[in-house]
Design a protein around this ligand. Structure first.
Ligand code: UDP
Length: 240
C-alpha cells in the first residue's frame, strides 16, 4: 500500500478549534474519536505521521494579552494548553491501537518526552505517530508556524492543514455564498491576497523550502488518506 503514496511522511496540523466540534469550549470526545479513526487509516496505509495541535479551543495568547495579561505569559499558557490537547489525542489514538509519542517543546518529562529531532524521526521510522506539543516552545508564534517548522525538521513531504472547510476560498464561504474555492495557489498569492490559510510566518517558512501545504476538510471520511495518495481534495499551495 505504501507504494501508492504520494506523500510518505506527513505533518498534520489540527487547530484546537477543530477538536471543539459544535461545542463552544474544550475537547469534544466524538470529534477526537473521529480524528483518531482517520489517523489510524492513514498510518495503516504506511504514512509516517507527525501531528501538531493548536489550542484555540482552550486558550490563545492574544486573547489573554487583549485583557491586559503579559503577552509572553499568555503565550506560555497557550502552549501549555496544546499539551492538554496533545495528551487527549494520544489517549484517543492509543485506544484505537495506534502507537504514539508526545514530544513537548517545553520540557515536561513526567507527561511527555522532550522534543529531540533525531529521536522524533526515529519514532516516525518505526511507525509511531509523533504528536508535537507546546508549539515551537517560544512565545509570539502560533501552532501553524510550529507545524511548518516541525515539518521542515522531520523532512515531511507535505503539511496538511485540517480545517472545517474544504479548501481555501477568495472570501469566507461561511458568510459569502458566492465565495470561490481555489484548487491551487502559490505561497506568494496567499501572502499577496491576504488569504487566511495560516499565519504569514508559517507560509514564509514553507516557501523558503518549497514545502507544499494542503488545506482540506477534516470532517470528510477518508480525506487525509486521499491526500496522502495524491488526490487534491482541498487546496494545494506550492511555489508554482
Ligand atoms: N503558542 C505560542 N508559541 C507557539 C505556538 C503556540 O506561544 O510556538 C501559543 C499562542 O498563545 C497561541 C496558543 O499557543 O495562541 C495556541 O496556539 P494557536 O493559536 O496556534 O492554536 P490554533 O489556532 O491552531 O487552535
Amino acid at each position: 500500500m505504501s507504494g501508492n503514496l504520494k506523500y510518505k511522511r506527513i505533518l498534520l496540523k489540527l487547530s484546537g478549534e477543530a477538536l471543539m466540534g459544535e461545542d463552544s469550549y474544550g475537547i469534544n470526545t466524538g470529534v477526537l474519536e473521529f480524528v483518531a479513526s482517520e489517523i489510524k487509516e492513514v498510518v495503516a496505509a504506511g504514512v509516517e505521521l507527525g501531528v501538531v495541535i493548536g489550542a484555540g479551543n482552550i486558550f490563545r495568547g492574544v486573547a489573554g494579552a487583549s485583557k491586559g495579561m503579559d503577552r509572553t505569559t499568555a503565550d506560555n499558557m497557550g502552549m501549555l494548553a496544546t499539551v492538554m490537547n496533545s495528551l487527549a489525542m494520544q489517549d484517543a489514538l492509543e485506544r484505537h491501537g495506534v502507537i504514539t509519542r508526545v514530544m513537548s517543546a517545553i520540557p515536561m518529562q513526567s507527561v511527555s518526552e522532550p522534543y529531540i529531532r533525531r529521536r522524533a524521526t526515529r519514532h516516525l521510522e518505526k511507525g509511531r505517530v509523533v504528536i508535537f506539543a507546546a508549539g515551537t516552545g517560544n512565545p509570539y508564534f502560533t501552532t501553524d508556524s510550529a507545524g511548518v517548522l516541525r515539518a521542515l525538521e522531520i523532512d515531511a513531504d507535505v503539511v496538511i492543514k485540517a480545517t472545517k472547510v474544504d479548501g481555501v476560498y477568495d472570501k469566507d464561504p461561511m458568510i459569502h455564498s458566492d465565495a470561490v474555492k481555489y484548487d491551487s495557489l502559490t505561497y506568494d498569492e496567499v501572502l499577496r491576497k491576504g488569504l487566511r490559510v495560516m499565519d504569514a510566518a508559517g507560509i514564509a517558512l514553507a516557501k523558503e523550502d518549497n514545502l507544499p501545504i494542503m488545506v482540506l476538510n477534516m470532517g470528510v471520511v477518508g480525506n487525509i488518506k486521499k491526500a496522502a495518495i495524491g488526490d487534491n481534495v482541498g487546496t494545494i499551495i506550492t511555489s508554482k
